[in-house]
Design a protein. Structure first.
Length: 309
Protein backbone atom coordinates (compact mmCIF):
# COMPACT_ATOMS: atom_id res chain seq x y z
CA UNK A 1 0.00 0.00 0.00
CA UNK A 2 1.33 3.43 -0.99
CA UNK A 3 1.32 6.14 1.63
CA UNK A 4 1.40 9.31 -0.40
CA UNK A 5 3.38 11.28 2.20
CA UNK A 6 3.18 15.01 2.86
CA UNK A 7 2.09 17.66 0.33
CA UNK A 8 5.70 18.82 -0.09
CA UNK A 9 8.96 17.24 -1.28
CA UNK A 10 11.48 18.44 1.30
CA UNK A 11 13.29 15.26 2.42
CA UNK A 12 13.35 11.82 0.80
CA UNK A 13 12.71 10.25 4.21
CA UNK A 14 9.26 11.89 4.38
CA UNK A 15 8.14 9.16 1.98
CA UNK A 16 8.08 5.38 2.27
CA UNK A 17 10.09 2.99 0.14
CA UNK A 18 7.18 2.10 -2.15
CA UNK A 19 6.51 5.77 -2.93
CA UNK A 20 10.18 6.57 -3.61
CA UNK A 21 10.50 3.57 -5.92
CA UNK A 22 7.21 4.45 -7.64
CA UNK A 23 8.51 7.98 -8.33
CA UNK A 24 11.80 6.60 -9.73
CA UNK A 25 9.91 4.15 -11.95
CA UNK A 26 7.66 6.88 -13.23
CA UNK A 27 10.73 9.04 -13.92
CA UNK A 28 12.09 6.27 -16.13
CA UNK A 29 8.74 5.91 -17.94
CA UNK A 30 8.30 9.62 -18.65
CA UNK A 31 11.97 9.85 -19.63
CA UNK A 32 11.46 7.11 -22.25
CA UNK A 33 8.37 8.88 -23.55
CA UNK A 34 10.12 12.25 -23.85
CA UNK A 35 13.19 10.68 -25.43
CA UNK A 36 10.99 8.99 -28.02
CA UNK A 37 10.02 12.48 -29.14
CA UNK A 38 6.45 12.13 -27.93
CA UNK A 39 5.13 15.56 -26.86
CA UNK A 40 1.52 14.59 -26.28
CA UNK A 41 1.78 13.88 -22.53
CA UNK A 42 0.87 17.27 -21.03
CA UNK A 43 -0.24 16.63 -17.44
CA UNK A 44 0.93 20.07 -16.26
CA UNK A 45 -1.16 21.92 -18.87
CA UNK A 46 -2.64 25.04 -17.30
CA UNK A 47 -0.34 24.82 -14.28
CA UNK A 48 2.27 27.34 -13.20
CA UNK A 49 5.32 26.94 -10.99
CA UNK A 50 7.19 29.64 -9.05
CA UNK A 51 10.91 28.91 -8.72
CA UNK A 52 12.72 30.80 -5.96
CA UNK A 53 16.52 30.88 -6.14
CA UNK A 54 18.53 32.47 -3.34
CA UNK A 55 21.66 30.81 -4.78
CA UNK A 56 23.03 30.28 -8.30
CA UNK A 57 22.05 27.26 -10.38
CA UNK A 58 22.34 25.72 -13.80
CA UNK A 59 20.96 22.18 -13.53
CA UNK A 60 18.17 22.86 -11.06
CA UNK A 61 16.85 25.90 -12.87
CA UNK A 62 17.10 24.56 -16.40
CA UNK A 63 15.90 21.04 -15.59
CA UNK A 64 12.85 22.25 -13.64
CA UNK A 65 11.93 24.90 -16.17
CA UNK A 66 12.43 22.64 -19.17
CA UNK A 67 10.78 19.62 -17.60
CA UNK A 68 7.73 21.58 -16.46
CA UNK A 69 7.38 23.10 -19.94
CA UNK A 70 7.75 19.75 -21.74
CA UNK A 71 4.85 18.39 -19.69
CA UNK A 72 2.67 21.38 -20.52
CA UNK A 73 3.30 23.83 -17.66
CA UNK A 74 4.73 27.32 -17.30
CA UNK A 75 7.37 28.28 -14.75
CA UNK A 76 8.58 31.60 -13.39
CA UNK A 77 12.21 32.13 -12.40
CA UNK A 78 12.74 34.35 -9.35
CA UNK A 79 16.46 35.02 -8.85
CA UNK A 80 18.36 36.14 -5.77
CA UNK A 81 17.55 39.82 -6.42
CA UNK A 82 13.86 39.36 -7.17
CA UNK A 83 11.77 38.53 -4.12
CA UNK A 84 14.67 38.40 -1.62
CA UNK A 85 12.77 36.06 0.64
CA UNK A 86 13.33 36.88 4.30
CA UNK A 87 14.86 40.24 3.45
CA UNK A 88 12.45 42.22 1.31
CA UNK A 89 9.55 40.18 2.54
CA UNK A 90 8.93 37.56 5.21
CA UNK A 91 8.94 33.94 4.08
CA UNK A 92 5.44 33.32 5.41
CA UNK A 93 4.12 36.21 3.28
CA UNK A 94 5.95 34.98 0.17
CA UNK A 95 4.43 31.53 0.73
CA UNK A 96 0.87 32.79 1.01
CA UNK A 97 1.10 35.16 -1.95
CA UNK A 98 2.75 32.69 -4.35
CA UNK A 99 0.26 29.98 -3.31
CA UNK A 100 -2.52 32.18 -4.67
CA UNK A 101 -0.89 32.51 -8.10
CA UNK A 102 0.92 29.22 -8.59
CA UNK A 103 0.13 25.51 -8.42
CA UNK A 104 3.55 24.55 -7.08
CA UNK A 105 6.66 26.24 -5.64
CA UNK A 106 10.27 25.12 -6.01
CA UNK A 107 12.87 26.85 -3.86
CA UNK A 108 16.64 26.85 -3.42
CA UNK A 109 17.60 28.62 -0.19
CA UNK A 110 20.37 28.85 2.39
CA UNK A 111 18.85 28.01 5.80
CA UNK A 112 16.82 24.81 5.84
CA UNK A 113 14.33 26.51 8.15
CA UNK A 114 13.37 28.77 5.24
CA UNK A 115 12.09 25.85 3.17
CA UNK A 116 10.26 24.46 6.21
CA UNK A 117 8.58 27.85 6.72
CA UNK A 118 7.76 28.16 3.05
CA UNK A 119 6.09 24.74 3.08
CA UNK A 120 4.27 25.44 6.34
CA UNK A 121 2.63 28.63 5.05
CA UNK A 122 2.15 27.56 1.44
CA UNK A 123 -1.13 25.94 0.46
CA UNK A 124 0.47 24.38 -2.64
CA UNK A 125 3.28 21.77 -2.79
CA UNK A 126 6.80 23.04 -2.10
CA UNK A 127 9.85 21.28 -3.56
CA UNK A 128 13.30 21.57 -2.03
CA UNK A 129 15.74 22.55 -4.78
CA UNK A 130 18.68 22.48 -2.31
CA UNK A 131 19.23 23.97 1.12
CA UNK A 132 22.34 24.10 3.29
CA UNK A 133 21.03 20.86 4.84
CA UNK A 134 19.97 18.66 1.91
CA UNK A 135 19.33 18.25 -1.82
CA UNK A 136 16.64 15.59 -2.31
CA UNK A 137 15.98 16.12 -6.05
CA UNK A 138 19.66 15.47 -6.77
CA UNK A 139 19.70 12.17 -4.93
CA UNK A 140 16.44 11.03 -6.59
CA UNK A 141 18.13 11.66 -9.96
CA UNK A 142 21.24 9.85 -8.73
CA UNK A 143 19.18 6.84 -7.65
CA UNK A 144 17.57 6.70 -11.11
CA UNK A 145 21.02 6.91 -12.72
CA UNK A 146 22.36 4.06 -10.57
CA UNK A 147 19.36 1.89 -11.38
CA UNK A 148 19.87 2.57 -15.10
CA UNK A 149 23.57 1.67 -14.98
CA UNK A 150 23.72 -1.07 -12.33
CA UNK A 151 20.17 -2.41 -12.49
CA UNK A 152 19.24 -1.71 -8.89
CA UNK A 153 20.03 0.42 -5.90
CA UNK A 154 19.58 -2.36 -3.33
CA UNK A 155 22.85 -4.06 -2.57
CA UNK A 156 25.06 -1.41 -4.19
CA UNK A 157 28.01 0.15 -2.39
CA UNK A 158 28.03 3.92 -2.82
CA UNK A 159 31.13 5.67 -1.53
CA UNK A 160 31.03 9.43 -1.19
CA UNK A 161 34.43 11.09 -0.75
CA UNK A 162 34.63 14.70 0.44
CA UNK A 163 32.66 17.11 2.62
CA UNK A 164 29.87 15.73 4.83
CA UNK A 165 27.42 18.23 3.32
CA UNK A 166 23.86 18.57 1.97
CA UNK A 167 24.46 15.86 -0.65
CA UNK A 168 25.57 13.41 2.05
CA UNK A 169 22.51 14.21 4.16
CA UNK A 170 20.23 13.35 1.26
CA UNK A 171 22.10 10.08 0.67
CA UNK A 172 21.63 9.26 4.36
CA UNK A 173 17.93 10.10 4.21
CA UNK A 174 17.51 7.88 1.14
CA UNK A 175 19.38 5.12 3.00
CA UNK A 176 16.83 5.32 5.79
CA UNK A 177 14.12 4.31 3.29
CA UNK A 178 15.78 2.11 0.63
CA UNK A 179 18.48 -0.47 1.48
CA UNK A 180 22.02 -0.05 0.15
CA UNK A 181 25.54 0.36 1.51
CA UNK A 182 26.53 3.99 1.98
CA UNK A 183 30.01 5.10 2.98
CA UNK A 184 31.06 8.71 3.56
CA UNK A 185 34.82 9.30 3.69
CA UNK A 186 35.54 12.83 4.88
CA UNK A 187 38.31 14.67 6.73
CA UNK A 188 38.03 14.89 10.52
CA UNK A 189 35.74 17.75 11.45
CA UNK A 190 33.79 17.59 8.16
CA UNK A 191 31.53 14.67 9.04
CA UNK A 192 27.81 14.84 8.19
CA UNK A 193 25.23 15.92 10.76
CA UNK A 194 25.21 13.40 13.61
CA UNK A 195 21.42 13.32 13.98
CA UNK A 196 21.05 12.49 10.30
CA UNK A 197 23.64 9.71 10.55
CA UNK A 198 21.76 8.33 13.58
CA UNK A 199 18.46 8.53 11.72
CA UNK A 200 19.89 6.49 8.85
CA UNK A 201 21.48 3.95 11.22
CA UNK A 202 18.41 3.67 13.44
CA UNK A 203 16.18 2.98 10.45
CA UNK A 204 18.11 -0.32 10.31
CA UNK A 205 17.64 -0.59 6.54
CA UNK A 206 21.04 0.24 5.07
CA UNK A 207 24.65 -0.27 6.06
CA UNK A 208 26.08 3.15 6.96
CA UNK A 209 29.76 3.88 7.46
CA UNK A 210 31.42 7.22 8.20
CA UNK A 211 35.21 7.14 7.94
CA UNK A 212 38.25 9.38 7.54
CA UNK A 213 40.07 6.91 5.26
CA UNK A 214 39.13 7.33 1.58
CA UNK A 215 41.45 4.54 0.32
CA UNK A 216 39.89 1.93 2.60
CA UNK A 217 36.40 3.31 1.90
CA UNK A 218 36.43 2.94 -1.89
CA UNK A 219 37.41 -0.76 -1.96
CA UNK A 220 34.71 -2.68 -3.82
CA UNK A 221 32.64 0.43 -4.51
CA UNK A 222 29.98 0.31 -7.20
CA UNK A 223 29.90 4.11 -7.23
CA UNK A 224 32.49 6.65 -6.12
CA UNK A 225 30.77 10.00 -5.62
CA UNK A 226 32.17 13.47 -5.23
CA UNK A 227 31.02 17.04 -4.62
CA UNK A 228 32.76 20.38 -4.17
CA UNK A 229 34.73 20.92 -0.97
CA UNK A 230 33.32 24.43 -0.51
CA UNK A 231 29.56 24.59 -1.10
CA UNK A 232 27.57 27.67 -2.05
CA UNK A 233 27.78 30.01 0.94
CA UNK A 234 31.24 28.64 1.90
CA UNK A 235 33.25 29.92 -1.04
CA UNK A 236 35.36 32.22 1.18
CA UNK A 237 36.52 29.06 3.02
CA UNK A 238 37.76 27.48 -0.22
CA UNK A 239 41.50 27.91 0.46
CA UNK A 240 41.22 26.68 4.06
CA UNK A 241 39.14 23.68 2.98
CA UNK A 242 41.57 22.84 0.20
CA UNK A 243 44.24 22.38 2.89
CA UNK A 244 41.98 20.32 5.14
CA UNK A 245 40.84 18.05 2.30
CA UNK A 246 44.30 16.99 1.11
CA UNK A 247 44.15 13.25 0.37
CA UNK A 248 40.43 13.37 -0.46
CA UNK A 249 40.73 14.19 -4.16
CA UNK A 250 39.24 11.50 -6.37
CA UNK A 251 42.08 10.75 -8.76
CA UNK A 252 43.04 7.85 -11.00
CA UNK A 253 44.82 5.99 -8.19
CA UNK A 254 41.76 6.15 -5.92
CA UNK A 255 39.54 4.90 -8.77
CA UNK A 256 42.01 2.06 -9.30
CA UNK A 257 41.60 1.00 -5.66
CA UNK A 258 37.83 1.15 -6.14
CA UNK A 259 38.19 -1.34 -8.99
CA UNK A 260 37.14 -1.59 -12.65
CA UNK A 261 33.40 -1.88 -12.00
CA UNK A 262 33.20 1.44 -10.12
CA UNK A 263 31.29 4.29 -11.73
CA UNK A 264 32.20 7.89 -10.97
CA UNK A 265 29.41 10.31 -10.09
CA UNK A 266 29.35 14.01 -9.17
CA UNK A 267 26.31 16.24 -8.70
CA UNK A 268 28.13 19.07 -10.54
CA UNK A 269 29.31 21.79 -10.80
CA UNK A 270 32.76 20.23 -10.40
CA UNK A 271 36.07 21.91 -9.71
CA UNK A 272 38.47 19.86 -11.77
CA UNK A 273 41.86 19.52 -10.13
CA UNK A 274 40.36 20.14 -6.68
CA UNK A 275 37.92 17.41 -5.54
CA UNK A 276 38.31 15.37 -8.74
CA UNK A 277 40.89 15.14 -11.52
CA UNK A 278 40.00 15.95 -15.11
CA UNK A 279 40.98 12.37 -16.02
CA UNK A 280 38.45 10.81 -13.63
CA UNK A 281 35.57 13.03 -14.69
CA UNK A 282 36.35 12.39 -18.40
CA UNK A 283 36.90 8.62 -18.02
CA UNK A 284 34.51 6.16 -19.73
CA UNK A 285 33.08 5.04 -16.37
CA UNK A 286 32.15 8.61 -15.39
CA UNK A 287 28.37 8.99 -15.57
CA UNK A 288 28.12 12.63 -14.52
CA UNK A 289 26.20 13.74 -17.63
CA UNK A 290 23.52 11.02 -17.61
CA UNK A 291 23.27 11.89 -13.91
CA UNK A 292 22.72 15.58 -14.68
CA UNK A 293 20.19 14.71 -17.40
CA UNK A 294 18.20 12.65 -14.92
CA UNK A 295 17.53 15.69 -12.74
CA UNK A 296 14.79 16.65 -15.18
CA UNK A 297 13.18 13.23 -15.28
CA UNK A 298 13.34 12.65 -11.52
CA UNK A 299 11.80 16.07 -10.86
CA UNK A 300 9.04 15.57 -13.42
CA UNK A 301 8.08 12.39 -11.58
CA UNK A 302 8.27 14.12 -8.18
CA UNK A 303 5.87 16.79 -9.45
CA UNK A 304 3.51 14.19 -10.96
CA UNK A 305 3.43 12.51 -7.56
CA UNK A 306 2.79 15.75 -5.66
CA UNK A 307 -0.06 16.65 -8.03
CA UNK A 308 -1.49 13.14 -7.61
CA UNK A 309 -1.19 12.60 -11.38
N1 LIG B 1 23.61 19.79 -9.09
C1 LIG B 1 22.97 20.96 -9.03
O1 LIG B 1 22.05 21.17 -8.24
O2 LIG B 1 23.42 21.90 -9.92
P1 LIG B 1 23.03 23.45 -9.97
O3 LIG B 1 23.61 24.08 -8.73
O4 LIG B 1 23.63 23.97 -11.22
O5 LIG B 1 21.52 23.57 -9.95
N1 LIG C 1 27.15 20.92 -1.99
C1 LIG C 1 26.95 21.76 -3.15
C2 LIG C 1 25.99 21.13 -4.10
C3 LIG C 1 25.74 21.91 -5.36
C4 LIG C 1 24.73 21.26 -6.27
C5 LIG C 1 26.45 23.12 -2.69
O1 LIG C 1 25.61 23.17 -1.79
O2 LIG C 1 26.92 24.13 -3.22
Amino acid sequence: ELKSGPKDFLHISDFDKATILKIINQAAEVKALLKSGDRTFLPFKGKTMAMIFAKPSMRTRVSFETGFFLLGGHSIYLGPDDIQMGKREETRDVARVLSRYNDIIMARVFAHQDILDLAKYSSVPVINGLTDYNHPCQIMADALTIIEHIGQLEGTKIVYVGDGNNIVHSWLLLASVVPFHFVCACPKGFEPDEKTVDKARNAGISKIEITNDPKEAVRGADVVYSDVWASMGQKEEAAYRKQKFQGFQIDESLMEIAGPKAYFMHCLPAERGIEVTDGVIEAPNSIVFPQAENRMHAQNAIMLHLFGL
